[in-house]
Design a protein around this ligand. Structure first.
Ligand code: HSE
Length: 410
């Protein structure tokens, strides 16, 4: 019988404890032995919890127990999660985690520590909730060179954008619905400002490219500036506004970013609605593969935590080695190129054409000029917008248009 500990009995930790209890027999079949929950580390006593008898407050109870060889970290945040993880890995105990902040900021160091102590650091639950994506990229698709990973990585913002597209519900109402359903982070700015998706794309990019880019160096935009008229403009050209995390390799360049995009209806990502997440991966042999499922919530995320508990207990799971990205990686963002949707007031179509060249004008809100530009770099676009605003125009919206990555030859 394998003895397990959970650190942090919040939403994900509680779901993990429930899954271990409810699917106990099923897990024995998967694992070859029972997974027995021995400790739950929490700052609270939780007298109402069914797991109250397992509560400990001091990490040393787990670190010093030779019976426990695998621990789930579902505390979240950097501290004390980092300190506890270091103590456990240093003691040769494998740690599985849902903590995207910790993995995105300290993953390279923690993976090296696990390797040095002959244990594992697994993080399937940190990205995409219940969707198996880290394992498949690192194991099942590992023969490929990846040119792109793009995904809808945040359920809260996807829920909000879906409700805005459905009509009738404003940003604030949709956000508070998402919070009530338990999708949003405690501080929803991490969701709506793109910070949560940034951490996840950092993890995915490292999984695909082997280099962990500090989240502070990833260009990140959220959805707070998205207007209902932008969502309607997207629909008028058969697209949906989606917050995407993207990691792209083109020739010698690599771009990693989080931003809202117009996603054309012919992409599977455009049809991912509500709290669901999806991640599309392009490999040079496999082509495009898309993973879809619940990206948040206690049960779905617990499913991923427990899959790593099983892998770690059985001595499996891919625990890679990551480098920390140097200054030249990713490529300087000013050279990133894509088409744009732009909406202006205070200008006419002619003025837009003079500055941006051959644009396609589309249906915008009353009194606005809306268009789709050809491919432009970040720098070219900023310069053109500046010229137009000097001439009296006001930029109301600027949203990049998604074009999926390189395709292998058919
Ligand atoms: N707040 C996150 C989301 C939870 O909405 O996707 C899962 O990481």
């Amino acid at each position: 019988m394998a003895k397990i500990a959970i650190m942090g009995l919040g939403v994900v930790g509680g779901g993990t404890a429930d899954l271990l209890t409810e699917n106990r027999e099923r897990l024995r079949k998967s694992c070859g032995e029972y997974l027995d929950l021995k400790y739950v580390l929490d700052v609270r006593d939780l007298p109402e919890s069914p797991y109250r008898d397992l509560i400990v407050h001091d990490i040393s109870a787990i670190v010093n127990d030779p019976e426990v060889s695998v621990v789930a970290e579902t505390i979240g945040g950097l501290h004390p999660a980092y300190d506890y993880t270091v103590a456990l890995l240093s003691a040769g105990k494998s740690v599985v985690t849902s903590n995207k902040q910790l993995v995105s900021e300290h993953g390279a160091e923690l993976l090296a520590l696990a390797k040095a102590h002959g244990c594992r650091y697994l993080f399937e639950a940190s990205t995409g909730g219940g969707i198996p994506v880290i394992g498949p990229i690192s194991r099942d698709l590992s023969g490929n060179e990846f040119s792109e990973i793009s995904g809808i990585l945040n359920g809260t913002t996807n829920y909000i954008l879906t409700r805005m597209k459905g009509g009738g519900v404003g940003f604030e109402t949709a956000l508070s619905e998402a919070q009530k359903k338990g999708y949003a982070e405690r501080d929803p700015s991490a969701d709506v400002e793109g910070v949560d998706a940034c951490r996840k794309i950092a993890i995915l990019a490292a999984t695909a490219f082997g280099k962990l880019i500090p989240p502070s160096r990833i260009h990140t935009e959220g959805i707070t500036a998205i207007r209902q008229s932008d969502v309607a403009a997207a629909a008028s050209v058969h697209a949906a506004v989606k917050l995407l995390g993207r990691a792209i390799r083109r020739g010698g360049e690599c771009f990693v970013l989080v931003a809202p995009f117009f996603v054309p209806d012919d992409s599977p990502l455009s049809h991912v609605d509500g709290v669901y997440n999806a991640i599309s991966v392009t490999g040079n042999y496999v082509g495009d593969v898309t993973f879809y499922g619940r990206g948040a919530g206690a049960k779905a995320t617990a499913s991923a935590v427990v899959s790593d508990l099983i892998a770690a207990t059985a001595g499996g799971g891919v625990s890679p080695v990551w480098e920390t990205a140097d200054e030249g990686f990713p490529t300087e963002f000013g050279t990133f190129s894509c088409p744009r949707y732009l909406a202006f007031s205070g200008v006419d179509r002619n003025a837009v054409r003079v500055v941006f060249g051959e644009v396609e004008f589309i249906r915008g809100a009353e009194g606005e000029v809306a268009c789709l530009t050809p491919n432009m770099t970040e720098r070219e676009c900023a310069d053109a917008i500046a010229r137009l605003t000097v001439g009296g125009g006001q930029l109301l919206s600027a949203i990049r248009v998604y074009e999926s990555g390189d395709r292998p030859e058919a």
